[in-house]
Each structure stands twice: as C-alpha cells, then as structure tokens.
Design a protein around this ligand. Sequence first.
Ligand SMILES: [Zn+2]
Ligand SMILES: [Zn+2]
Length: 772
Amino acid sequence: MATERRRIDITGLVQGVGFRPFVYRLARACGLCGWVANDARGVCLEVQGEVLQIREFAQRLTAEKPPHARIHDLTSEPIPLREESGFVIRESDDSAAPSAIVLPDLAACDDCLKELFDPDNRRYRYPFTNCTHCGPRYSIVERLPYDRANTAMKYFPLCEDCRCEYADPGDRRYHAEPNACPECGPQLQLCDRRGKTIAVRENALHQAVVAIDAGRIVALKGVGGIQLLVDASNAKAVRKLRERKQRPHKPFALLYPDIDAVHRDCDISKREELLLSAQERPIVLLSANGRSSARIAMEVAPQNPNLGAMLPCSPLHHLLMESLRRPVVATSGNLAGEPICIDNDEAVDRLGNIADLFLLHDRPILRPLDDSVLRVMDERPVMLRRARGYAPLPLQLPDLSAADDDLLAVGADLKNCVALARGNIVYPGQHIGDLENRIALETFERAIDDLADFYRLEPRALLCDLHPGYASNHWAQKKKTKRIGVQHHLAHFFSCMAEHAYRGPALGVCWDGTGYGEDGTVRGGEFLHWNDGAEVKHFASLRPFPLPGGERAVREPRRSAAGLLFESLGREAFAQEPLHNCFNNSEIKNLTRMLERNINSPRCTSVGRLFDAVATLLGLATEISFEGQAAMAVEYVAQESDTAASYPFDMEQQDGRWVIDWVPTVVALMEEGRKGTSIADRSAAFHNTLAQIVLSVALNIGEEHVFLSGGVFQNRRLTETAAALLRRNDFRVHCHSSIPPNDGGIALGQIYYARCMAACGIQVGEGSALCV
Ligand SMILES: [Zn+2]
Ligand SMILES: [Zn+2]
C-alpha cells in the first residue's frame, strides 16, 4: 500500500465551531497520523497514511463537518513523508494577518438545554451553560485568534472540572472558549433602580419572574445587550413601557416560551418555523391569527396585523421563559434613537427611568448586538435588521481581479451599518441604528475599529453617501484617508447585486424614502441600468413633487399628500377630500403660499413619500411617530383585498430619461374613493400599479436581470406582486435576503460599486463623487 502525507489548508467559518476536535476524531478513525491547528486564516493540518484512507478522510472532512462550519476554500497538496506516530491538536499560530472569521452568537444547543434542566447535572439551572456548538461569540470576543484569553471570559478562571472538559479532545466542550459552570463562571444579580443588588443567582431569577408577573418592567442583560421585558397580556404594563420609552406606536417584539405558544397566536409557515427555531434566533415578523388578543395586549402592536416573535436564545432566556410560560414583550433597552445598552452601570444610568428592576450578570458584553429581524417574502427570508446571530459573518463578492486596497464604507445615517473589505471578502458590521446622537456615533466608530482590529485592515479609501447633512459623511470628511462619495441609490442597486454575487448587465429598481441625488434633489423612485462597464445609466425616475416643509413631511404624511395633489391640481388640491380635513384654514393658507412660491418645498421623486401621500388620501395616516408607519398602514389594509385591478400611469421621455407620471394613478385612486370603492381595494390596486410600473420599465429596457432594492421593498405585498409579474414576463428577479433592502445594506453596496468601477479602470480622486 502506498503511503503519502498531505498538507491541507482550510479557510472559512472553521474556528469556534469544534472543527479541530472533529478533524482529530476523523483522522484517528481513518488511522492517520499528523496534526491540526488553528492559524490566522482558518485551520491547517497535515495527515499521513495510506492513500485510500487519506482519500476517505478528505471526503468525510467536507461531508461530515460540524453543523456551523462553512468552508470557503480548501487546498490540499502532497508533502514529504515524516517519521511520526499518532495525531495531535497543536497550539494556535497567530503570527500572520488574521482572516479567520469571528462567529456570531449562537442560541443554546439541545445538549446544553438537556443539561440545563437535568437535576443530576452539575450545570442544572446554570444560566451561562454553553459548549463548542453554542453560546456567545461576537458579543464576547476582544481580538483574534479566538482563545479564552482574548474574550470577556478571561475574568473567569476555569475550575478543575471545566478545565478537564476544555482540554479533552473527546469532550463536547473541548476548547469551548466561553465554557463555564456554577463553580467558576458568571453569576446573576438582581438590582433595583439605583443599581443596588437585592438578590443573586436563583433568587435573582425568581424575583425577576415574580416582578414580570406583577406587571413590572424588568431590564434583562441578554446576549448582545439589555432587553426590556414586560408581560405582553398586561395592557397597563405595556402602556407604561410605551410612555417611559417615549415610543407611542412602533410595534414591540415578543419573546415566546416555545414554538407551540407562537402557533397559538400566529399563522406560521414551515419556513417561518425553521427561521424562528434556527440557532441565530431572530425576531420573525408573522401574521397574527386573530385569536391572539386573549394573550397579547392590543398595545403591543397597535393597528398592526403582524407580531414580531422570537424564541428563547440563551439558557438564561430559557430559564426565565420556563417559569413565565407566556409571551412577554422583549424590546431593546434604549431610549428612542439610541443604540442598545450593554454595560451594567450604564444600564442603570440610562434605563433607570424605564425599568423597575435589572436582572444583570458579571460577564461583560463587548459590543451592542440588537436582536435581528427577518420577514419571509416571496418564499425567502428577508433580513430587515442584521445584528445578533448574523453579524459579523462575511460575504464573498465575485472575483473582480481589480486593485484591491482595503476599503471602509460608512453607509448611510438611518439604520446605519458599516462594512470593511479586503479583496473580495466584505465584513459587514452589525446594525447600529440612526446616527443622530453622541452614543450612536461612538458605537459607529467602535464598530469600525472592531472590524479593522480583528482583521488588521488598513483602509486606503473611505466610501460615504453624498448627503451633505449625514453625520457619517462629516465623520468621513475629518479623516485623512481618500474619500469617495457614492450616490445612495447606486449603493442600493449594487448592494443587491453584491449579495447575489452577481456581475453583469442589470436593471436596478431602487425605491426608498430619501436618498440624496447627485443634483441635490431628494430621490427615491429610481431605475438604474448597468451595462457591466464603467457606466450606470439613470434610466427612469418618478415624476417629482414638492414636499412642503421639507423634513417635516417625513413625520407628517399629510404634507406629502398636499405636495402630490398640488403638483396634479394646483390650488384645487386643498378643496379635495380627504386632504381638506387634514389641515385647518390657516395651515391651508400657509401651505398654499409655500407651494406657490416654492418656499422650503424641495422636490422629491420618492416612492416612500408617495406611499405616505396615498396613506393620507386613503384616510389611514396624517401624522406618524416612526419611520415607515404610514407605508405599513397602506400595505396592511391591502391584505384584505385580492383585486387584480390597477390604475393608469404615463411614461414619457424628458432629457434622455424616462419619467413615470403618477398623476393618472392618483386621479383614479381618488375617483374610485368617490365611487365608494373600499380602502382595501384601492390600496391593493395602488400596489398593483407600482408593480405594473416596474414591469413597464423592465420591458422598455429589456434587461433580463432585475434587482429590487431600497426600503420600499420591505413591503411584502409590493415585493411579491412585482416579482411574480416580472417572472411571468420571463425576467429574472433578485430581492434581498441576507442583507437588508433598507439603508442597512448601503455600506455593502458602496464597497461593491467601488470594486466594480475599479475593475473597469475608473480612477477616483480625493472627495470625488461617483454618481449617475
Ligand atoms: Zn451547547
Ligand atoms: Zn467550572
């Protein structure tokens, strides 16, 4: 029998997932000798033995790899034989630049849960139980390589029993860096509003349960930050949380004890059930089934047919929910507009006026990770907020063989998320939130430093939005690094292509609320055409309309309606129902003057604002308290109709660009209202019209691949209608899935756009603006 020795290098998601013990057991089972080790790029190993056994080993290496492992690249080459016996796991080598991947946090695995509820196990009811297959990761890592000394667990020296598990390659906890037990690991404490500890361990948990039962608000230190919990069936308690959090309408998410309890309140598809139970444990938006009102107070999600549900993630969540046995509101521990709170003292300080009690522990959280949010659309999960469980998993771009300096993209100011890139690998950071205060900006800077430090990236260029008012743009201007502005909707378009690793000619439908146009206009109803070369053509756009009061129109959909009708009818606009009833006489006088003299009334092409205007014209919303509220109302009311009707619209060419004229649409929508057609039917017909507009432009340009991006495509009714219509006409439709269609995806798009342009030989200079 021939004998050989091979060197195998593996990159991808192979650290912190039990890959080395798996290799160790497999090599021994195949009768091979050699070694395996972590290195900065992933895992490397050498095996020696009979050729056939090495072949079997190589096959099983990829086929039987641990559940969370993902192999990006595997190289194998023959090397000279060595005098050797046995197989060993070697110490990590951390000399080279790290590209091994930091794992996201994972929910407790079944084995750990069994131990958690087994009275004979030494980890019985221990809230910080974990193993190689589960537990905290990104929330506790300080730096690479991923060793205990480089995590928040360095403060907890292992006891003898835990040390034995950690050192035994045959044990489930071999090199489980956060390994802990009641003897040596973190412990619970319950504090009052002044931060004074009033109970510890099991007693702390028990008192927190009693408090929630009694309708009190409990701040819980979860995996990626503080959550605020309150009994979801207690309307008074939920109202109290809304008042204290200054959040009048935006829906709260619910934490359910188990999947059966979710089934009692929601209609769930198989796909949604899998998503809820996945180890990432996201919040999933589900349709409430109409029987939920007995258990869920109306105040949880006012005027909303959906519920955002999640299942317990950490063992602590499991223990809490096992005692509560009913859904509780679980919302981010922050004040409106601030990032989620992570530190014990900071929690008491910032949330002392919201929570009655604080269930905390002494394991530090190193960076804020909100709960991720997904929604199933068009038979696929679509990310709406990408954080715990998903960040900071990298994405692989197509190989462009372009100049590949390290890049930093700072994204946009709403739903901010940054991204860094080396070569064709992009590292998107976690959802930060809106960059509108000091705490958010600090978190933003910290997210950039984190990723740059982990992967020792040194960005040579900095990508930002063109919006002159963006804090992210101001931050970029202060840096010495070369700065490149990327137009907002270009970034949306390329973000969607990037996540599908697509390169080639394509049509991008980029619809959102606000994106700063290259000419200073407010854009958001754009069609872009890429020829796979250096040029992206601005192919079509919505007919613009004025927004009296500018930014104020974002909070007052009635102003969008006023602008829309004024553009179509002039002064007659305010005589129309229901617009007439949305303003008093002096407001009408004032708005008419503004619109006629063009005072503080920027023109916009935004489909987001068009939805706002339609919400007012349908009598659904005049003023709102959170972004997207009016558009959501329009979407939800359409659920009650399955009409195939649609309204007319015009398309004409102006200055080499197609302009979509919505005036006939709005006229028909109002005419139908006068005829008594229901709000649901009119809303559904409005959605159908938008889908027809997408189809018309697609047919006009005749490009096979169509990408739908921008916050408007968080609307399930619109996304599914447009996708189905395009497919029936033989287009290939691509929607977002792992990256949000909203501004959370902008940073990725900025990077991919810059890479594609570099591949086409486009040189960009200091502060230059790449735009359509
Ligand atoms: Zn486990
Ligand atoms: Zn221990």
